[in-house]
Structures are given as C-alpha cells and as structure tokens.
Design a protein around this ligand. Structure first.
Ligand code: CTP
Length: 403
C-alpha cells in the first residue's frame, strides 16, 4: 500500500532517533518516497548524512539553507505528503504540536500538512505519564492525528515501563493498514464527467462555456485515491488528472459525451456528472471557415443537445447511484431539487453562482448536497479538493445504504 506514497518522516531529538534510520529504510523498501525533516536536536542523535543517504534526498532541518539563503517551503512539503510520520516524537515536540508552537521546520511542516499524521511518542516512563504529556497526546488525538502507542519495555534510562518508540516494522504496518482501510471505494467503478463541451460551428469556432473541469478532476482523483476504478469522460480542458490511475476519455461535443457515457454507464456503480454540457449546438456545421463577407453569417440556428444525465437516469439500474450538479442563480434549492426528480437522480450538488468563490474557473467551491427526500447538507467555502472528499463521503454512505 505504500508504493509511490509521499511520506514526510519527522524526527525529533530523542535517543530513539537511531531507530528512524531503520524506519526510513523500510519505507523506501516498501516503495515510498520519503522526505526527512529533523529538529535541530535530532541531529545530535543521528546525522542528516545517514538520513539523506538512505532517503536519496537532502534532509530539511532549517527554514533556510545557510550559505545559499534558499527557503524551504513547509507549505509545499505539507501539500506534497500523503502521510507525515513523526518518529520519534519527544515530549517537547508533542507539546509544540499540541499547541501550535511553530519554532522549527518540523512543527511548521506539521501545521501545514494536509495528509494524515502519525505520531510515535518515545520518552521515559515518567515523562510519558506526566499529566501534561497525557493531555497533549489527547489533544493531538482530538485533532485527528494517529497516535502509535509506545511499547512497554526497558527504556534508555534502564527504567522499565511504557515509553519505547514502537518498532519500525510496526510503524510501517500502521501506515500500511491505514492506507488499506482508506481504500473505501475499492472494487467500485465510477464514471465522472467534467469540463465544458464544445459545439462546432466551423473548423475554427465553437459554442462553449467557461468550465475549467477542476471540480470533476478533483472528484476523479480522490475517487481513484480511495481505490475506485475511475473513468473520466472529459470535455476540452487545460488540466490532467493528478492520479495516474484515472482513465481519461476525451470528448468534444455533447453528442460525443453522451456516446462515451452510454458506453461506460452500464458497468458503473456510481456516476458523477460534473460536466457543464452545452444545452444547444449549431443546427449546421461548416467544414470551411465561415467568411465574413461571402457567407454573411449573422445568425446561427441552434438545436437542443441531448440531456446526458437524464438519459442515464432513464436507464439506471437498481443500486446504481447517479449524481448531478446544478449551477443555479435563482430559486436555487427548488430548481435543484426539481432537476433531481426530473432527471431521476439520487443526489444533486448545488453550487450557486451567487456565492463568491464558487462555480466556474475558481479553485474553491461552496456547495449544498440535496437528497431525494428534500433534505440537504450545506457546506462552507472550501477548496475543490476538499469539496470532492465531502461529496465522496456522502456518496459512500448513500451507496452503503442502497446496497
Ligand atoms: N447535464 C447533462 N446533459 C445536458 C445538460 C446537463 O448531463 N445536456 C447534466 C450536468 O452535467 C449536471 C446536470 O445535468 O450534472 C444539471 O446541469 P444543468 O446545466 O444545471 O441542467 P440543465 O438541465 O441544462 O438545466 P437548466 O435549465 O438550468 O439549463
């Protein structure tokens, strides 16, 4: 499960830091890419040279490289990671993490990390059971961090008790188990549509819209990360999926999109239709460029495009889940719920163009997820990546209830 995963290994200054080299070795052996971040004190226990040789990357420890002045971006690191593991986590590092004391690179990276964070405490037994440590660890838990409990045994102080950092093999196993469990959509086939459609007028002109495809691509990426087999039927966009497992079927017009969806929908468990399909296409297309003087085109006759989602709704099997998007400006909820029933959908995701930051071409979105029984869940403005996760969480629980 760790193959190709980006892992930040944070090392703080405790004697158990000697075990971090073995831990790093195991991560690399499992196929993970590892970036080591060390606190200044950790370097007293194990050298950055050892860690950079084992990881194949320079160790990050300071905010700047002293001689070049190059700044190390904890924000970029935090975004890069699929998981952050702090092993060993000393009492002091745990206290700083609990309270957001961002005075070293490890803590700033931790505060920026969007990935799951695993903390493997290591300290003497009395430090471990001190009320402040107990409280700090429970605060870390309440933030959603995963605590890899220390083992009982002989400690560096020769005292015997709880405080030994968990063995590297078991830390690797904890991550492996986590990623296995988070493959919550494994075995599911998901069809996603995204982007605009282009309706051809002549070889150089089309009718289109401003859809960037970002919302659909985020959903496709996240569904694939959860283990689904994803087919993304995409209109013309300037982006590519981040997840190489997503299969892209590129189309241009609504008719081509309908054809592709007709092919993939029957075998899909879930279809999520985010595409901004053009409602109309030119009645006639020219195979030469229309000339201003000669052709004298001052009107374009249009014909209605097929309603792709409605046609899937007609053919929906028991147990299949069909999700639509609605972009509304007036009477948003009534219009969205009306669309949901008309098109035989299970869920409709409403984004209102009235909300600044929501809709086309932005990196953020503010949605309400509406259900057949008229109930709905409203969400605050979030990144499209976070919105994708919210939508998938709702779909997963709906799918579990239906099947
Ligand atoms: N949709 C579709 N095919 C179309 C139009 C829309 O599959 N020809 C899908 C969209 O991908 C979206 C949902 O239908 O999931 C609602 O899209 P929207 O444009 O809001 O719906 P319309 O039926 O076109 O409604 P309106 O009258 O508001 O234009």
């Amino acid at each position: 499960m760790l193959k190709g995963k980006h892992i930040i290994l944070g090392i703080s200054g405790g004697i158990a830091a000697y075990k971090s080299a073995a831990l790093l070795r195991l991560f690399v052996k499992a196929g993970a890419e590892v970036q080591v971040v060390m606190t200044p004190n950790a370097k007293q226990f194990i050298t950055p040279v050892t860690m950079s040789a084992l990881s194949g990357k320079p160790v990050v420890s300071e905010f700047f490289t002293a001689n070049t002045g190059e700044w190390h971006s904890h924000v970029d690191l935090g975004l890069w990671a699929d998981a952050m593991v702090i092993a060993p986590a000393t009492a002091s590092t745990i206290a700083k993490m609990a309270n957001g004391v961002a005075d070293n690179m490890l803590i700033t990276t931790y505060l920026s990390a969007k990935s799951p964070v695993f903390v493997a405490p290591a300290m003497d037994l009395d430090m471990m059971r001190h009320p402040s440590t107990v409280r700090n660890i429970s605060m870390l838990r309440s933030y959603g961090n995963h605590i890899i409990e220390p083992a009982e045994g002989e400690l560096a102080s020769h005292l015997v008790g709880k405080g030994r950092m968990e063995e590297p093999e078991n830390i690797v196993k904890a991550l492996d188990d986590f990623f296995r469990a988070s493959k919550s959509l494994a075995g599911k086939k998901i069809l996603v549509t995204a982007g605009p459609t282009y309706e051809k007028i002549d070889p150089v002109r089309f009718i289109g819209n401003y859809s960037s495809g970002k919302m659909g691509y985020a959903i496709a990426d996240h569904a694939a990360a959860r283990g689904a087999e994803v087919t993304l039927v995409s209109g013309p966009v300037a982006i590519v999926p981040e997840n190489p497992a997503v299969k892209v079927v590129s189309v241009e017009s609504a008719r081509e999109m309908l054809e592709a969806c007709g092919k993939y929908f029957p075998s899909s468990d879930i279809a999520i239709m985010t595409a901004a399909v053009a409602d109309y296409a030119p009645a006639e297309t020219y195979d030469h460029k229309i000339k201003r003087e000669k052709d004298g085109l001052d009107q374009i006759s249009l014909v209605k495009n097929p309603d792709i989602i409605a046609s899937l709704g007609e053919h929906k099997r028991d147990g299949q889940i069909l999700i639509g998007f609605a972009l509304e400006t007036d009477d948003e909820f009534n219009n969205a719920v009306d669309k949901l029933h008309r098109k035989n959908l299970d869920i409709i995701v409403l984004n209102s163009l009235r909300n600044p930051g929501a809709g086309f071409r932005t990196d953020t979105n503010q949605v309400s997820i509406c259900f057949r029984d008229g109930s709905r869940k409203d969400y605050p403005l979030k990144s499209k990546s976070e919105v994708a996760d919210d939508i998938l969480d709702v779909i997963e629980s709906k799918y579990a209830a239906n099947n």
